[in-house]
Design a protein around this ligand. Structure first.
Ligand code: HEC
Length: 109
């Protein structure tokens, strides 16, 4: 496994370097406000992400991928995980919100 090329290696590094901040943050009112959605929807998205997104490969953390990337990949991965369209949207919104939270708290853009 080459660390430089592997996204999964990079994820472990991100998680390792910023241990004090949850890389899979719980849904907050701030995140909901930021995304213009209900907090419940983010919480549902997080649940679905936790339950479905590490079945076939290591979990790809929200902060690892840009929001545009998540938008591009979720239709395919939602299908892989056999999510309904609305569940797929919940996961996507959560991933985009969590990306912002993780980067806002941790990393320079
Ligand atoms: C049924 C198995 C399966 C499930 C469930 C699944 N994936 Fe995947 N995933 C794959 C496979 C296989 C690939 C490899 C490439 C491809 O098919 O596009 C992949 C690739 C990826 C990639 C791209 C990695 C790269 O190299 O850029 C991301 C990101 C990803 N998955 C996220 C998710 C998320 C988020 C979920 C939950 C909604 C999920 N996956 C659920 C099978 C799965």
């Amino acid at each position: 496994m080459t660390w430089g090329r592997s996204i999964f290696g990079a994820i472990l590094l991100v998680a390792g370097c910023h241990g004090q901040v949850d890389p899979i943050p719980a849904a907050t009112p701030e995140m909901a406000l930021e995304m213009g959605v209900e907090q419940d929807q983010l919480a549902r998205g997080r649940e679905l992400y936790m339950a479905n997104c590490a079945r076939c490969h290591e979990r790809v953390l929200p902060g690892k991928m840009d929001p545009e990337y998540w938008r591009g990949v979720m239709p395919h991965m939602g299908e892989n995980a056999e999510l309904s369209k609305s569940q797929e949207t919940d996961v996507l919104i959560y991933l985009m919100a969590a990306h912002g939270t993780v980067h806002g708290m941790n990393l320079e853009h």
